[in-house]
Design a protein around this ligand. Sequence first.
Ligand code: ADP
Ligand code: NI
Length: 217
Amino acid sequence: MNNTQIENCRKFYALAQSKLAGDTSGHSLDHILRVVNNAVLIARSEAPCDLYLIVAAALLHDVIDDKLTADPQKEHRFLEERLAEIDPSIQASVFAIIDHLSFSKNLSEKQVLSQEGQIVQDADRLDAIGAIGIARTFYYGGHVGNPMYDPELPPRTQMDAAAYRSERSTVINHFYEKLLLLESKMNTETGRRLARKRTAFMEQYLQEFFDEWNGQA
Ligand code: ADP
Ligand code: NI
């Protein structure tokens, strides 16, 4: 990255900070910074790719998320304007990534991503699984008022984006509806390797959870 690009990334960071620093659903700046870190880690072991675009998209990927903002279209327009001011040359490729990244969008229609987009998507998915993923999932479930577990409510196997978001579910069901499925959806070799370890940890955790729930541990 050249100096201008580094300076621009500082501006993208400040922008993410202004939008997400107050988040209490597991998408605050610590999530953003782990996604940047994961993305850089993956990018190092992949074929040559645009690190500036990767860091920019990772920093901005949750600024327009529909579950985090009351008016995603307004946030979209705001980000378009800010990117046009900061660096118009990166605007289209950043939106091509952050508009198509999310798990929910991919439920309704498989989204096409650039190599950089695939790396950011893997980085975001890694933060949804493993020890951090477990913590974020319970944190989010509490945030939206979902029960931790209900043996009467089976995990959903078929759902589109609207159902994924609107129907009631439980934190434990979220593991079966999304988190345990992510390993097989990883785009990169490095992402898959890291996901395998984190998924094994979640499986072990769930076993313990059920044993304790059922009074067998
Ligand atoms: P995306 O932002 O890619 O569409 P999600 O909507 O699943 O993905 O949200 C990201 C993170 O928020 C999840 O990995 C999880 O930690 C948490 N989350 C989302 N929906 C739920 C839910 N129903 N129960 C618990 N956690 C959830
Ligand atoms: Ni994210």
